[in-house]
Write a protein that binds this ligand. Sequence first.
Ligand SMILES: *Cc1c(COP(=O)(O)O)cnc(C)c1O
Length: 220
Amino acid sequence: MLKENLQNLMHDIPAGVRLVAVSKTQPVQTIRAVYDAGQRIFGENKVQELIAKHPQLPKDIEWHFIGHLQRNKVKLIVPVAKLIHGIDSFKLLKEVNKEAGKIARKVNCLLQFHIATEETKFGLDCKEAVTILTSPEYREMKFVNICGVMGMATFTGDQSLIRQEFRHLRSFFLRLKETFFQESPDFKELSMGMSGDYRIAIEEGSTMVRIGTMIFGARE
Ligand SMILES: *Cc1c(COP(=O)(O)O)cnc(C)c1O
């Protein structure tokens, strides 16, 4: 089943879009089966869970941290994550830079934007992002590499609202690219789309979809 789910999904996703298989709550044997079916990028949203699974699985897995990251756990994530999707405050970015500096590793990050109508979701607004990117402190950061933006749409059946939110995220992405990252080829990722809305996200320019349920089935 897992293999079939993955193959169907890969069929549906265009070549320029990368798939992050969201393996939160899944045991390592299940992740291993998806790895054996060819998947190499996995996403987790809990620090302890990622830290526990990481040593038990093949070394060529690219682990992405997709959840809300607390500052006191940054030091655990920095050595293992290939990409941190959820930079949602300046304080967090500073902490990542500090901890990455200690191990002399440049860490790839995405700025998370709040695009949904729900208050509970995390993320920056455009003004906060501009404050970060224009600050002298940011310009001196040597150990973070901002590769793009991430966002989560409202959990709703209203397709036009979802589309509108993804469009907003893409417009933020383009504005930042033009203003701050014209000379930075690494700034190219638009992480948007989950099981319920990845098709809309791809139509709206996603380069990275984060999908759990469609691969692994419903979580407990
Ligand atoms: C759980 C999660 C996903 C995947 O959700 P599915 O609906 O299972 O595809 C994607 N992104 C984030 C940030 C998540 O926490």
